[in-house]
Design a protein around this ligand. Structure first.
Ligand SMILES: CC(=O)SCCNC(=O)CCNC(=O)[C@H](O)C(C)(C)COP(=O)(O)OP(=O)(O)OC[C@H]1O[C@@H](n2cnc3c(N)ncnc32)[C@H](O)[C@@H]1OP(=O)(O)O
Ligand SMILES: CC(C)C(=O)C(=O)O
Ligand SMILES: [Mg+2]
Length: 569
């Protein structure tokens, strides 16, 4: 038995490119994108797409803006063949779009593939054969010259058959499959052989895959720069890459390869594909977007795209998947929420996007801000204040945020699950008695004196715990007068120490919300909240709310739930 399984493996040797230039390159434009969802993605599905799903995927890819789409492997099955025929016969390929189809370097399969393309206005014929040592030795049992012979024979056949169908504009794509695992000279020789058989200067895509990712992405970048030096300036040649994601670095490999000289990228939406998937083409495109480079693909309704992809592939997209997952624009943790809330408040339309923890504006992808902040036991006051403000228009003063977040935390400790904005609103209404009938029902207000010496005298009828009380109070203003009057009825000394008010809602439905911070019996400081169409009534209701909170606390509660701690602003 192996004691150290790592001894089974050997590292892939770096290629030792000394004067590499790609580390200094900056991506300033989008590459040519090829979607292989209908081929490489499809061949990896538990249940490959039927005709209806294929068509839906094709139309989705068109709507996103792909100009090159690998639509299948027509020699593989009747479904694949018929789908290609449908696209051509029903003239479903827009004038600015080129379809691509794949075939192994096998005579009968090449013949059937090109036959399937008859009548296509434009087409890329994609021929591949594996060139790495293990495949040469184990799969094909071929020497390097025999592999080159296979390439020459196959491409010559493609040329002969396509020359016989001049109504189609043909491009050859040659992929030395397993490129990243292959000696560079062997890959280069295979590409030279393909170019020579196809005809120097005629349009050819040299597509270099990490069929299986085998090294860190910088090694792939060196390989691509090496190939780019050899083929990058050759007339008719487009250098393309086709990364997979076995090491989880498909995106990095593609980006570094573009820096190293590739101009075209093949991949699948959300990284579907063999094993751990093809390169996630959405990821690379939106990474460019966040660097200020337009990818030329439209993901402005990413959720709809995801729904279609999930339908076609019958595979779910992970909630943490870059840019599209359900949770990727959501912060649960308090300090992140605090930073996001402050940055949103400071952000103005037209500003550069610099919102902490949100690398992209969710609205650019058709997502809303609703899910940006969600409250659970990891959250702080900022998150809950954000939800109450964005959903219910409550701008809680900072010290009230601190008080209320401790109340929410206690609920959370018992329930242990996420609280929605409406849960928070209900807790808030209950805690601050927004639904009680208590309060000043009728009031008559008079002001005696004037200027700095003016005194408000307030008369009225207070409803307190279901009973009506006639009250009369004098003070420096209505709040002060009312606090004194209320204190007399309830047997408490009330002093208002801070007061905030703002409008909630707009137009005829607008109401005023008042927050009073009060000191009761010189021993407790806490908030009361009142909402009313009238601003003074809202303020007075806030005083009743605060007092009710004091009065409702049983001695046991006071023991087990300490008063929220007032923290200095
Ligand atoms: C990295 C990639 O994504 S490669 C893409 C692969 N995609 C697919 O295979 C999906 C569709 N494929 C299919 O439906 C089938 O494989 C078919 C119809 C193409 C061929 O089926 P079969 O004729 O039964 O052959 P099979 O699939 O077993 O292929 C193995 C044979 O092809 C040869 N072969 C494999 N790849 C290639 C190639 N690129 N060029 C030439 N020959 C090849 C193998 O050496 C083997 O030959 P052998 O039978 O003489 O030993
Ligand atoms: C480009 C082709 C052959 C491919 O899918 C691969 O090598 O992964
Ligand atoms: Mg592949």
């Amino acid at each position: 038995m192996l004691k150290q399984p790592a001894t089974k493996y050997r590292p892939f040797a770096p290629i030792g490119l000394q004067d590499r230039t790609w580390p200094d390159a900056v991506l300033t434009e989008a590459p040519i994108w090829l979607s292989t969802d209908l081929r490489d993605g499809n061949q990896a599905l538990v249940e490959p797409m039927d005709a209806a799903r294929k068509l839906r995927m094709f139309e989705l890819l068109l709507s996103i803006g792909f100009k090159q789409i690998e639509v299948g492997f027509p020699a593989a099955s009747q479904i694949e063949y018929d789908f290609l025929r449908k696209l051509i016969d029903e003239k479903r390929i827009p004038d600015d779009v080129t379809i691509q189809v794949m075939t192994p370097a096998r005579e009968e399969l090449i013949a059937r593939t090109i036959e399937a393309l008859r009548g296509a206005p434009r087409a890329i014929v994609h021929v591949y054969n594996a060139v790495a040592p293990a495949w040469r030795e184990v799969v094909f049992g071929m020497t390097v010259p025999q592999v080159m012979e296979l390439v020459a024979r196959s491409v010559t056949q493609v040329r002969r058959l396509t020359d016989a169908a001049p109504q189609t504009v043909w491009t050859l794509q040659y992929s030395p499959e397993t490129f990243s695992l292959t000696e560079l000279e062997v890959s280069a020789q295979a590409c030279e052989t393909a170019i020579a058989a196809w005809g120097e200067g005629r349009p050819i895509i040299l597509n270099l895959p990490t069929t299986v990712e085998n090294a860190t992405p910088n090694v792939f970048a060196d390989q691509i720069e090496w190939m780019s030096r050899r083929f990058g300036q050759r007339p008719g040649v487009v250098l393309s890459v086709h990364p997979h994601n076995d090491r989880g670095t498909g995106t990095a490999a593609a980006e570094l390869a573009l820096m190293a000289g590739a101009h075209r990228v093949e991949g699948c939406l959300f990284g579907n594909g063999e094993r751990t998937g093809n390169l996630d083409i959405v990821n690379v495109a939106l990474n460019l977007y966040t660097q200020g480079v337009s990818p030329g693909l439209d993901f402005s309704n990413i959720d709809e795209i995801r729904a279609t992809v999930e339908h076609c592939n019958q595979l779910p997209v992970h909630p943490r998947h870059p840019y599209v997952g359900d949770l990727v624009y959501t912060s649960f943790s308090g300090s992140h929420q605090d930073a996001i809330r402050k940055a949103f408040a400071a952000h103005e339309a037209g500003d550069i996007w610099e919102i902490p923890y949100l690398p992209i504006d969710p609205k650019d992808l058709g997502r809303s801000y609703e899910a940006v902040i969600r409250v659970n036991s990891q959250s702080g006051k900022g998150g809950m204040a954000y939800l109450l403000e964005s959903e219910y228009g409550l701008a809680l003063p900072r010290r009230l945020q601190i008080e209320f977040s401790q109340i929410v935390q206690r609920v959370m400790d018992v329930q242990g699950k996420e609280l929605s904005a409406s849960d928070l609103w209900q807790i808030f209404r209950d805690e601050y008695r927004l639904d009680t009938e208590d309060g000043l029902q009728h009031r008559v207000q008079e002001v005696q004196g004037s200027g700095i010496d003016a005194v408000t005298v307030l008369h009225g009828e207070l409803r307190w715990r279901g009973e009506a009380h006639a009250i009369r109070g004098r003070g420096t203003g209505p709040i002060d007068a009312f606090s004194r009057a209320l204190g007399e009825v309830c047997g408490h000394a009330i002093r208002v120490v801070d007061y905030h008010q703002h409008a909630m809602g707009a137009g005829a439905d607008a109401r005023s919300v008042a927050y009073v911070e009060m000191r009761v019996d010189d021993s407790r400081t806490l908030f009361g909240v009142g909402v009313d169409a009238d601003t003074t009534a809202a303020a007075l209701a806030a005083v009743v709310s605060g007092l009710a909170r004091v009065a409702d606390r049983s001695p046991e509660q006071a023991q087990s739930q300490p008063e929220p701690v007032a923290v200095a602003a």
